[in-house]
Ligand binder design. Sequence first.
Ligand SMILES: C[S@@+](CC[C@H](N)C(=O)[O-])C[C@H]1O[C@@H](n2cnc3c(N)ncnc32)[C@H](O)[C@@H]1O
Length: 287
Amino acid sequence: MTWNVHSTHTQAGDLIQLVGLRHKHFIITLKPGAELQTHRGTLKHDDLIGLPWGTQVFSHMGSPFFLLQPSLADLLRDMPRNTQILYPKDIGFILITMGVGPGHHVVEAGTGSGSMTTALAYAVGPTGRVTSYEVRPEMQKLARKNLRRLGLDERVEFKLRNISEGFDETGADAFFLDVQKPHEFMTQVRKALKPGGFFCSLVPTFNQIQKLLHALRQNRFAFVEVCEILLRYYKPQPARLRPTDRMIAHTGFLIFARRIEPSNDPRGKDLLNEQHVAQTLDAPEEQ
Ligand SMILES: C[S@@+](CC[C@H](N)C(=O)[O-])C[C@H]1O[C@@H](n2cnc3c(N)ncnc32)[C@H](O)[C@@H]1O
């Protein structure tokens, strides 16, 4: 199976997306000899192999579909899930804000259904790596399967563990935390991150933000930002342009921060106060 993002024409083994009337869509792998059954008729895979992306095709009942390469957002929306997942609107901003890019090492917990893991694996490229922790074996299994389907599993090391036991990694470029009580794990997260490394967590409620803000201060994180991404779609009709009737009103709040290394030098006090960071401890920190 290939998520074929560079070609101009479909090949056997490609992940393809067929989009029909009223946005009904199917993401499938092209297999010679196979058929796709839809409520609007059957499409033979053999008839779809070798066509240019974007071609209009028809079922045996004459119902029209477009043949498209699925985007990362398409794949994430379509991903089989057992947990709340990260949505493209949040993922895009998280990746940019943490500067995740080729060659980076990102640690993540929990894996959940693997939506964020997929986006991280895509962003770090073939030279980067993602380490993803999860406590529930069935969730890890599903995430592995989701990543394998896209050919991204080789960039990810999955670890089964309750993260209260800590992380094996140190020196990570970035850390993404999506568990029920993120404030309980900031000591462990700090140890996994490199000095100056990026942290982000998504929490659904205000009281979780407050707890996390306290934990960030106690664990010497600075440059803290709290935000929420609101995305509103419009009906693309020039003569009747207006918002669509429905929107996803709330997914979660994003909290960003960076691990810093405060000094005892009194000249640094004002900056530490400005960043709401407690004065450093006298004893050097265990890495
Ligand atoms: C909301 S889901 C994560 C969704 C994921 N970010 C995605 O995009 O698919 C939260 C996951 O964290 C896991 N989890 C919660 N507490 C944990 C802990 N202490 N250690 C490891 N995993 C934990 C849960 O089992 C669950 O699968």
